[in-house]
Write a protein of this length. Structure first.
Length: 213
């Protein structure tokens, strides 16, 4: 399952994450280029000084719930030559190691969580004062009729078979589904006590949100 998900989303992440999504976030690209992030295969290679000096200060913490997924990620980091700058840990979204992070990112996973509001509150507690929560979610309009297109039909199928049952099986079990839409995602962020929620950019497959305290 996780390998199939990786293959499905990989092209979009490779083509858009550092080229479009990060630059769409206020001040984040400059901070990454300065190498000041406290704590992903693409980022350490992209935001490197020519002499590699900033990478000595650039550390990325990646969290996954699946042990098999973590092992796959470790292997990919080793293949990319960045395993010395990336740390992988298995932890729930509501209980990952807190800290003073400049950027916390969630890629196509918030809707899968049983308690996305609780996860958001933990993110807020773990960000630096001017930190950013990057939320990437499957593209969806708020109304069902507006999602009856090829992309929406794929996501509804995935949501029925995978995303919604996964959420319902967890504590709280909110069940946002893969077609949550911006209104429901905004409500999650506001209930998590964030005040700033903005759609920074989008593709035909994803919506990209900038969330700040």
């Amino acid at each position: 399952m996780f390998r199939g998900t990786e293959r499905f989303f990989r092209t979009g992440y490779n083509n858009n994450l550092v080229a479009d999504w990060i630059p769409a976030l206020q001040g984040v690209e400059a901070r990454l280029r300065a190498g000041q992030s406290r704590r992903c295969r693409l980022w350490p290679r992209r935001f490197d000084d020519s002499d590699g000096s900033s990478l000595s200060r650039f550390k990325v913490l990646r969290l996954r719930l699946s042990r098999a997924s973590i092992e796959r990620a470790k292997a990919a980091a080793k293949e990319a030559g960045i395993s010395d700058r990336v740390t992988f840990q298995q932890a729930p979204a509501t209980g990952f190691p807190d800290g003073n992070y400049d950027l916390i990112a969630m890629f196509d996973c918030l809707h899968d969580m049983g308690d996305p509001v609780g996860a958001g509150r933990h993110v807020k507690e773990s960000l630096s004062a001017d930190g950013t929560w990057l939320v990437v979610e499957p593209f969806a309009h708020d109304c069902l009729k507006d999602n009856l297109n090829p992309v929406g039909r794929v996501y509804y199928g995935a949501s029925m078979m995978i995303c919604t049952p996964a959420s319902l099986s967890q504590e709280v079990g909110l069940g946002l589904g893969a077609q949550a839409g911006e209104t429901k995602l905004r409500k999650v962020a506001l209930e998590a006590r964030f005040k700033h929620f903005r759609r920074a950019t989008e593709t035909p497959f994803n919506m990209v949100f900038e969330v700040r305290a």
